[in-house]
Write a protein that binds this ligand. Sequence first.
Ligand code: ZN
Length: 314
Amino acid sequence: MQPLFLKPVFKERIWGGTALQTEFGYEIPTDTTGECWAISAHPNGPSIIENGTFSGMALDELWCKNPELFGNPKEEVFPLLTKILDANADLSVQVHPEDDYAKVHENGDLGKTECWYILDCKEGAEMIFGHNAKTKEEYIQQINEGRWDELLRRVKIKPGDFFYVPSGTIHALCEGTLVLETQQSSDTTYRVYDYNRKDAEGNLRELHLEKAIDVTTVPHQVAGVTPVVEELENVTITTFVQSDFFSVYKWDVKGKAAFSYTDHYLLLSVINGDGTFNHNGEKYSLNKGTHFIVPVGVDQFEIAGDCELIVSHT
Ligand code: ZN
């Protein structure tokens, strides 16, 4: 049993930039690279295992062929997706469906509840999070009349903030934001408003108003989260959320910290610093931008060094 280190997949986006290279040292395909799919088994961009027995295998294939690594799960598909997003320009205002709606309308894709850990952002950065309409009629009317300033709620953000974004929540990352996103493994987005931007060929991107109106929660429900901080030996663990879809934590390791997880596989992303992952006499190096899975069976391990990780499990 070994940890599974993963090779990320990059996606070009109209709003992307170069921060994935300058901040994380990744080789990015273009100067408008918006997304790093860091831990993914989604058919639109599965990660490849880079080490050990399963080297070269895609994560979706591993999920099917070796379910014991994941505790013989009941889910048909790997349920989570970890991304890093470089919003060098505003993202379209969007909303995602929940599972039942996506199943019927999106060929069995999962719904998408997501959450964001703000890795970095420019001074005074904002994001769009929710709306001000009190009824669906008001919501539809404000969309039709393009009263976006009135309709959309904006909130100030800073590095280290965490936001839980349940399906049905209108949202958008804004310019100058670098985010680690943990989400359900889904690629279904309904675009509500795209600032009337045109792509290189002069085309507007498609909107999906009807579906967006169907799935938006009205009135907006604030899903506030209160992080809980726990000091253990050589590690500070911040619990951001424990929901039906995922639990997300930050581990701040300083020195040598021992962990014991027997009933979960874990998704881990190093967001700062360096260290090693020690298990069974083997040492694996951890650097900023390393993403890996600790399968069921690797239940006692140690992380040594000075590093911060975002960790999630179902
Ligand atoms: Zn989204």
